[in-house]
Design a protein around this ligand. Structure first.
Ligand code: AHZ
Length: 330
């Protein structure tokens, strides 16, 4: 009863344009029933051009990128934040096959929302200003979506980041390593992309060709420009699944002599999180210019999974990001 009364009381207080309810539209809504409210006029083609001109300008401007991050889960977004914030001069492209960024990080374990983060990864939450409950050895964010939405908003606000969602990396662009390069046989020099819906329909349609984003560091004739730092790919596509572990599987297929796809081992939280951080960074194998973070590492290096603890996703992204920053700093 008292609840009903409270609600009724509140609803009478919540009338538009009363002194107690000032909000961003108060000054433009002159009547209490909003009958004078109108949007500015627009034509349908204006909307179309506003979207497409910007999208295709982004595609044009970012046809060559310094860092291509494949997968916008918790690890890929953490790395994107570290790289793009520290180096506003680097062009960072994030490709995400799903519509929503965040990967599995909209919930925690099963469909439970509270997100457990083992210390000291809470320092990253402090930096992002994501609140949590401190439980001593670990902290708990009230909903995984709070972390994901916060980091997504911070990453997308950075002017040097372009995010292409609903786009899938279907293949890698590769070139033979030249003499000046390390011991690798192949270097990745870009990604092959397609609309995710097209990727999913390849078995039902004949030839629907893809597009490409190239890494920086090449001359017009396709040879390496050694006066510049070579761009890199950071793969963060998570564990094996319909799209997951994509780059790990692809480089194991391209370079079987040096690169093995070992498959993720069983769950061991203590072992796994440390190991994932330890292995994050450049791929030590026959393929140059590719880095890994997050659960994709578990697949390529045969590490245990950790289940619903997220510290290693943040920290492996930070570590891989730091290595990429060092690469560009040399
Ligand atoms: O959609 C995928 C997801 O958002 C995206 N992705 C995968 N393949 C792609 C491709 N092109 C473009 N070919 C692709 N995008 O990559 C993202 C991976 O996010 P994730 O949350 O799956 O991976 P993560 O490593 O960042 O986080 C893993 C979280 C897990 S899994 C786990 C366990 O199973 O034990 N425990 C934790 C904490």
């Amino acid at each position: 009863m008292s609840l009903t009364k409270t609600v009724l009381n509140n609803s009478s207080v919540l009338k538009v344009n009363t002194a107690n309810t000032r909000h961003c539209l108060t000054d433009v809504v002159k009547t209490e029933d909003w009958s004078d409210f109108h949007f500015t006029k627009i034509t349908e083609s204006t909307v179309s051009r506003a979207m497409t001109s910007r999208y295709f300008k982004d595609v044009y401007d970012y046809a060559i990128a310094d860092v291509i991050i494949v997968g916008a889960g918790s690890s890929g977004l953490s790395a994107a934040y570290v790289i793009a914030k520290a180096r506003p001069d680097l062009k960072v492209v994030i490709i995400e096959s799903s519509l929503a960024p965040g990967g599995g990080c909209w919930v925690s374990g099963m469909l439970y929302s509270a997100q457990v983060v083992r210390k000291p990864a809470h320092l990253f939450l402090d930096e992002l200003e994501v609140p949590y409950e401190d439980e001593g050895d670990y902290v708990v964010v009230k909903h995984a979506a709070l972390f994901t939405s916060t980091i997504t908003s911070k990453v997308l606000s950075l002017p040097n980041v372009k995010f292409f969602n609903a786009v899938t990396v279907e293949d890698l662009v590769t070139k033979p390593c030249e003499e000046n390069d390390k011991n690798s046989k192949l270097t990745v020099s870009g990604v092959v992309i397609n609309w995710t819906l097209v990727t999913m329909a390849h078995d039902t349609q004949s030839c629907m060709d893809p597009n490409v984003i190239e890494l920086s560091g090449y001359n017009e004739d396709g040879t390496r420009d050694y006066s510049k730092k070579h761009g890199v790919i950071l793969s963060a596509t998570g564990h094996d699944g319909p799209f997951g572990a994509f780059c790990a599987k692809r480089i194991a297929a391209l370079e079987p002599e040096t690169t093995e796809f070992k498959s993720m081992k069983g769950l061991d939280m203590n072992k796994s999180e440390d190991e994932v951080v330890k292995h994050a960074g450049s791929h030590k194998g026959g393929v140059d210019s590719i880095f890994f973070c997050g659960m994709e590492e578990a697949e390529i290096y045969g590490l245990s999974r950790m289940g619903p603890t997220f510290g290693a996703m943040f920290v492996s992204g930070i570590k891989a990001g730091e290595e990429i920053l060092k690469h560009f700093a040399k």
